[in-house]
Ligand binder design. Structure first.
Ligand code: GDP
Length: 367
């Protein structure tokens, strides 16, 4: 097989000649997955990446995402070339953002929803955006075993949040990962994010539908969920409506319905539904998905769906520019040396904030 010619073994004994490698690889009857596992990323050409993704070779799919997530400049060029070629194959999916406070049941919900969708013949990709990983390098979402059944499904691909870098960097990578997953044939993309404020707005700008998962209890039903988040949600779902909690969930539903009444839905022609569900018993899961399908049908019909995706593309460009400018600014050697000095002047009351900003910007723009 031609593919074997490119495979180098992970390990060879000291002083081993070429013949050693050939003997090991050629003599083994390996499955596709195993074969690609020992292909080092360095050995993959653009074509290998493209073909691998388009054939939904999961190992290559994961490697492509790793390439895209790389913060190393030497990978940027290759990553962009790969993305460029995958782009025409992307876009054919429903992108759903799912948010909720830690413990709301996001992963349990995604697991049961994902299994339901796979049962309906869909291919589901689950991406998580965890802004905590950019700050602490730890993670709110990632430190427990999540979605065990779903992760074993061949028609599901789960990718945890990329770590390191800025929130802007993490979301850029997630947007590009969506493209890669779509090109690999995943027709439903679930983007999970933990509900802590700013990042919901970012996730909203990369999905077609935004679902807010809530729980009852703790007295204050708005439990840290900012009003702004409710305003950008396309559906509200009160989870854990089972057992003794079922009644409470129904009461919360009525309360929320009243609050929602005063909000203008963000999508013309769409009334934001508020429902209850249980990610444990499965009650309300089908209905939750039905709502998403209704929304997609409505917005495709009114062209809002397409329009929004176009707006999101434009918005993305602006975000990329902002991020690039910010990087250039803070990595500029003159800024690096002058910033602490000017900050100090500011703190000591010798200079106004606006003057400090102007001074720094003029240092930055001097070549
Ligand atoms: P996440 O932090 O939002 O991802 O929440 P998890 O999915 O990890 O769920 C947190 C806890 O709530 C776990 O112990 C789940 O078993 C439990 N849980 C999730 N969904 C439900 C539900 O519908 N009903 C009940 N009773 N418990 C649930």
């Amino acid at each position: 097989m031609q593919e074997n010619e490119n495979i180098k073994p992970d390990w060879t004994p000291k002083n081993a000649g070429k013949e050693f490698a050939v003997r090991v690889v050629k003599g083994t009857n390996q499955s596709n997955t195993v074969k690609s596992k020992i292909v080092k990323s360095n050995d993959l050409s653009i074509d290998d990446y493209i073909k691998g993704v388009l054939n939904n070779n999961r190992t290559i799919l994961a490697k492509t995402i790793t390439l895209i997530e790389s913060n190393s400049e030497k990978h940027f060029d290759l990553a962009h070339k790969v993305l460029q070629k995958l782009l025409p194959h992307a876009g054919n999916s429903i992108r759903v953002g799912i948010t909720g406070v830690p413990g709301a049941g996001k992963s349990t919900f995604i697991e049961i929803l994902g299994m339901y969708l796979i049962g309906k013949g869909h291919k589901v990709a689950v991406l998580t955006i965890d802004p905590s990983s950019t700050v602490t390098r730890g993670s709110i979402l990632g430190d427990k075993t999540r979605m065990e059944n779903l992760s074993r499904e061949p028609n599901c691909f789960i990718r945890p949040s990329p770590s390191g870098g800025t929130l802007g960097g993490v979301t850029r990578k997630s947007r590009e990962t969506i493209i890669v997953c779509e090109a690999a044939g995943y027709d439903i993309i679930l983007v999970e994010t933990v509900g802590v404020g700013q990042n919901e707005v970012t996730v909203r700008s990369m999905v077609d539908f935004f679902l807010l998962l809530m729980i009852t209890g703790a007295g204050d039903e708005l439990q840290g969920i900012k009003k702004g988040v409710i305003e950008i949600a396309d559906a509200l779902l009160i989870n854990k409506a089972d057992g003794a909690n079922e009644k409470k969930a129904e009461i919360a539903k009525t309360d929320f319905a009243m609050a929602l009444h005063y909000l203008t839905p963000s999508t013309q022609g769409w009334t934001v539904p508020i429902e209850t569900c249980s990610a444990i018993t499965g009650r309300g899961i089908k209905e939750a998905w039905d709502n998403i399908e209704k929304f997609v049908a409505l917005t495709k019909n009114s062209n809002i769906f397409e329009q929004r995706r176009k707006e999101q593309l434009v918005e993305w460009v602006h975000k990329l520019i902002e991020e690039e400018l910010r990087n250039q600014f803070y990595n500029n050697p003159n800024i690096k040396s002058e910033l602490p000095v000017i900050e100090n002047e500011l703190i000591n009351g010798n200079i106004l904030s606006i003057e400090a900003a102007k001074k720094l910007l003029s240092i930055f723009s001097k070549k």
